[in-house]
Design a protein around this ligand. Sequence first.
Ligand code: RIB
Length: 304
Amino acid sequence: MGRVFVAGSINMDVVTTADRHPKVGETVAGKAVHYFPGGKGANQAVAAAKLGAPSTLIGRLGMDAFGQQLRQFLAAQGVDLALVKDTADIHTGTAVITIADADNTIVVVPGANALVSAEDVAAPLLAKGDVAVSQFEIPQPTIAAFFKRARAAGATTILNPAPAMACSPQLLELVDIMILNETELGLLAQAELHDTDEPARFIEAARRLPTASNKIICVTLGKRGVLALVGGESSLIAGRAVKAVDTTGAGDCFVGALAAQLADGKPIRDALDYANAAASICVQRMGAAPSMPTAAEVAAVLRS
Ligand code: RIB
């Protein structure tokens, strides 16, 4: 089995719940406050580890209480942290999240994540069959350096360009599989998209992305499921009907699960179904990293 290497962010998510989101300039009374481990990189590494893949996280923490708590949590999930550096004079990444009606708003302050460097990603020994995963909560030049090394080693590269931001065509050329939601797709394909649009519109936008035509593009559409473009052929993997309580980290669960399946040598179609089932479990629980499912839980959903 290959190994999943995730170069990415590690955050403490400070989560408040309320009946509704405040409007600009408004204060609403909240119901609860939670401190959940999160960060897109950490969430994806936890998902892969809990689903049985050897999973290494490359990232940075501040030397503060959040950093210590996150290190302890991630180690307990089976994530290899040998390449996570404690960094002086900067705080651990922190996300301030509000959840109302299962939907979230997030403000993320990168802290130590902004210092993950090309030198940091030069350390892992990547090999053919491994999967290298990253997202946009660490600097893009670091991601490019990581993917160049992965490519040279014959590993598969997965980019989750979240949160949405522009990136260079040179970086996109280093990507084998792109996993993004409709906001990220809209920005990168320069298309105006809405979550209610017909699948054909998303496919048309995905085809416009400046990636090679043999690349795999997965557009995650929340409860509607996932649209996949594989070798130019599009297909819709329908969402599973579940009662969502918190969608934070569902996209990360999908990415980590897909990476774990590919590292295990599974064909892409099976891996997509599996990741879709995994994400349907994640949304039924509060928190990002703590809501990642186990392989036994995903197997039970796939049997049902
Ligand atoms: O994708 C969800 C994650 O985004 C949260 O865990 C939060 O930390 C932000 O990075």
